[in-house]
Design a protein around this ligand. Structure first.
Ligand SMILES: Nc1ncnc2c1ncn2[C@@H]1O[C@@H]2COP(=O)(O)O[C@H]2[C@H]1O
Length: 154
């Protein structure tokens, strides 16, 4: 099933000059961009985005870290994109994320862990709406589609 999912490149990724490299990983995998923009996040959007963490001791730290510099928000599309992108990101803590995943390859932190990715189809739908207006998302068919998914049943 063709799906869309949300990726945020966190402030640490901009600070470390890794934006192009991380976008390239998703592109090389075969996911295509439907929308992308730079944003400065504030408490209002972060209180909503991380509402499920509000009672956790690290909630303020997460918010400060996400407000420390701009982020890049991306909407990526592909067959089963939510699972594919979430798996590429790897487990939250970079220190024990497997080599080969983005977090496993690029970070040593639980907080400064390069990307946020939607963890389910339902969450992706909500998160894409949170970060993008409908007119900021583009429907297009990648010319490589048949090479990416040739003969697959989905
Ligand atoms: N101990 C922790 N457990 C889980 N998430 C944490 C922890 N400390 C900080 N975080 C941050 O909270 C974020 C929640 O979802 P993210 O995928 O954006 O990545 C997570 C981390 O950046």
């Amino acid at each position: 099933m063709m799906e869309r999912t949300l990726v945020l490149l966190k402030p640490c990724t901009l600070q470390r000059g890794l934006v192009g490299e991380i976008i390239s990983i998703f592109e090389k995998k075969g996911l295509h961009l439907c929308g992308m923009k730079m944003m400065q996040l504030d408490d209002a959007i972060l209180n909503e985005h991380y509402a499920h963490l509000a009672q956790r001791p690290f909630f303020q730290r997460v918010k400060s870290s996400m407000e420390a510099a701009p982020i890049i928000a991306m909407c990526l599309e592909g067959v089963e994109a939510v699972t594919a992108v979430h798996a590429l990101a790897g487990p939250t803590n970079g220190r024990n994320a497997p080599a080969g995943t983005i977090r496993g390859n690029y970070c040593m932190s639980c907080q400064e862990n390069i990307v946020h990715t939607s963890d389910s189809h339902e969450t992706a739908t909500i998160e894409i709406k949170r970060f993008f207006r409908p007119e900021e998302l583009y429907d297009w068919h990648p010319a490589t589609f048949d090479y990416l998914y040739a003969n697959d049943e989905y």
